[in-house]
Design a protein around this ligand. Sequence first.
Ligand SMILES: [Zn+2]
Length: 350
Amino acid sequence: MTRSRVWACAAVLVTLGASGCSGSDTGEPLGPSGAGADGPAAASASGPAGSGGAAGPTGSSAASTGVGGSGEGAGGAGGVANNGFPAHWIDGTNCAGDPEVQVWEYDADTFILRQSPCTYFEANFLYVLFGDDKVLLQDTGTGDATVQPVVQGVIDEWLAKKGKTSIPLEVTHSHSHGDHIGGDYQFQGKPNTVVVGTSVDAVASFFGITNWPTEIVQHDLGGRVLDVIPIPGHQSAHIALYDRRDDVLLTGDTLYPGRLYVSNWSAYQASIPRMVDFVNAGNPVQWVLGTHIEMTTTPGQDYAMGANKHPNEHVLQLTFDTLLELDQAVKAQGGSPSYEVHDDFIIYPL
Ligand SMILES: [Zn+2]
């Protein structure tokens, strides 16, 4: 189906060449373009890759929620026991056989969904986090995949296991770009469901943030507290979620194994250390999880813009070391942001 895609960042780049994105979000000014022009620079340091679980059947199957079986190598300290990560996410190389949405049971209360690259090349990752009283969905994908019945299937199975009959669903967003809110329409009007607005005001109001973007607040799902960290820079209403139970930091499009488009450099420069400081203040991170994969298993090599097949994908999970590497690189660039390739991500000022 066709939906408006005002973010169209990568898509625009495909069409125009590496000349920067246009029309991104809700009025956030896009900096002068000319990204990518500077060519690769410095780079690379520690590359986590390969961390985390391997093996394990890929939990595919769409609406029926055939959740993934156990991977292995949850590894790391802290956090509750988990299944790690699948050996491979659906990567667009088997469109006839793969579901539109892959469901991975990270642990009994945490699910990672991947929208197939066959439905749209952005191939977003979505997160479902259950507390005792509420379940939170971060992001709804591009709108090209049928996501809501899959999420409902996950919820129904969880309810059955818990012997419950219902749980309220909160649909929130890492940020307001179209590939993260495109499926909202599938949730609007559904019973027991709140779809949070996408503006800075709406996000701040929902979570109770009065001093954006410097205030970090807690959001309790019932026995499971999330810390909400405003991290504008990629987009003005961007947030990170820290899950105290799993020691996982959800970083959206601000940090993931791929092209880190930065539309507001000074805001981004302030957001990265905000996360680092938060972690260093006593909030350990086992995994840093973003919402796309655009890097291959070859260090520093990304897929072509708009590629809808991702053979040999980089793993989804990053570590705190990667966040530190990004922090140092962003600081080093100072007031002159430039395209910079690292093993596990690419800084991509717009
Ligand atoms: Zn995105």
